[in-house]
Design a protein around this ligand. Structure first.
Ligand SMILES: Nc1ncnc2c1ncn2[C@@H]1O[C@H](COP(=O)(O)OP(=O)(O)OP(=O)(O)O)[C@@H](O)[C@H]1O
Length: 363
């Protein structure tokens, strides 16, 4: 019998693909430790994103493959997940306690950006992350309704706000602070100021991710926001129509300008499946989001159907991830949220906390 070596095990793990990174476990440096004692193998694998139930699948896949190696008597693979803080725009500093802010944007209104934000936040939380959502859609805040939250945030010290909470998410929205039917007439600078305040004056505590549901569009307000909020990555939601795609391209250009990495594009309402006969129809066109992604070299994170359940769940305060957590739609959102957070895990980490501030003085 040949002696069992770490190299043999590593070679086997080079054939195991991380489903969401689409790379093998060795090249992604997910494989952290191999321990061999008398044919008994212990492996430690660390994923940089919340992977939820995928950890069990991966464990099984690894253990089956490694047990087939000559000389292995038993295998135990431990799959851990650890979300790191990632770099933000060079001119900004990360907000203490919040590891990563992810901005969700759309080139035009009504494409389902808020519904997607809520479900992605819930998907991350259901996979084990601590998550908050900031409704920055100041003209039409819809997160209070979508998350089924009413009431006014508490302030314990008279200056900061406690986030509202539901479905295991922390949430803040201008919608909690003004009456629902109050028309909100904001001028650009007021919007950015109000949002910066909402972001910074909320006691978020420790978060792995804060999802920011940006106002629709790519105008000055959105540009200023993406310059002033310290974000680690952005996601663009679009529908497949040409006009929506055209606007989504402007979104890509906007983030490029402010040096925020775009983690990918989500195509919403991409296909309609008739609830009567099951016939699938591309009402708004086909494959536009995917084509745009390849044209602009950004990742296509996935597509969601135009589905009456998505609308009904979101509009009654219990988005699909809450109403039907094990359903097909929830699986789709989870697939997108894992791809999104996996893409972020590959980006540069934030090391600023590890370095002291260096002050140069002329004496
Ligand atoms: N995939 C989907 N299938 C069916 N209905 C959807 C889907 N996505 C969103 N909707 C519905 O479309 C409407 C608009 O969605 P949403 O408010 O999320 O869009 P938005 O892009 O955030 O809009 P706004 O520009 O006003 O901020 C909502 O009623 C929502 O429930």
């Amino acid at each position: 019998m040949t002696e069992l070596s770490k190299a043999a095990i590593e070679a086997q793990l080079e054939t195991v693909q991380d489903r969401y990174l689409e790379k093998d476990l060795v090249s992604t440096k997910a494989l952290k430790a191999i321990d061999i004692t008398d044919g008994k193998v212990f492996l430690r694998v660390e994923l940089g994103y919340p992977a939820g139930s995928y950890r069990d699948e991966l464990k099984k896949e690894i253990e089956t493959l490694v047990s087939a190696i000559d000389g292995v008597s038993s295998v135990e693979a431990v799959i851990e997940q650890r979300v790191a803080a990632h770099a933000v725009q060079k001119s900004l500093k990360r907000i203490e306690g919040i590891k990563n802010i992810i901005a969700v944007a759309s080139g035009k209104g009504g494409v389902g950006k808020s519904t997607t934000s809520a479900n992605l936040a819930l998907a991350l939380a259901s996979d084990g992350a601590s998550v908050g959502i900031l409704d920055a859609d100041i003209y039409g805040p819809s997160q209070p309704r979508m998350l089924g939250i009413s009431g006014t945030p508490e302030s314990k010290d008279g200056t900061t706000l406690e986030p509202m909470q539901n479905h295991n998410l922390k949430a803040m929205s201008i919608g909690f602070l003004v009456e629902e039917d109050t028309p909100m007439i904001w001028r650009g600078p007021m919007v950015t100021q109000a949002l910066e305040q909402l972001l910074k004056d909320t006691n978020w505590g420790e978060l792995d991710y804060l999802i920011v549901d940006l106002p629709p569009g790519t105008g000055d307000t959105q540009l200023t926001l993406s310059q002033k909020i310290p974000v680690s990555g952005a996601v663009i939601v679009t529908t497949p129509q040409d006009i929506a795609l055209l606007d989504a391209r402007k979104g890509l250009a906007m983030f490029e300008k402010v040096e925020v990495p775009v983690l990918g594009v989500v195509e919403n309402m991409s296909i309609h499946i008739c609830s009567e006969c099951g016939h699938a129809e591309h009402i708004f066109g086909q494959g536009g989001g995917e084509k745009m992604s390849s044209e602009y070299d950004v990742d296509f994170l996935g597509a969601l159907p135009l589905d009456i359940n998505i609308r009904e769940h979101a509009d009654n305060g219990n988005p699909s991830l809450v109403s039907d957590p094990d359903g097909k739609i929830s699986d789709m959102y989870r697939d997108i949220s894992r791809k999104m957070s996996a893409r972020l895990a590959e980006k540069s980490k934030d090391y600023t906390a590890k370095f002291p501030n260096i002050v140069i003085q002329n004496t």
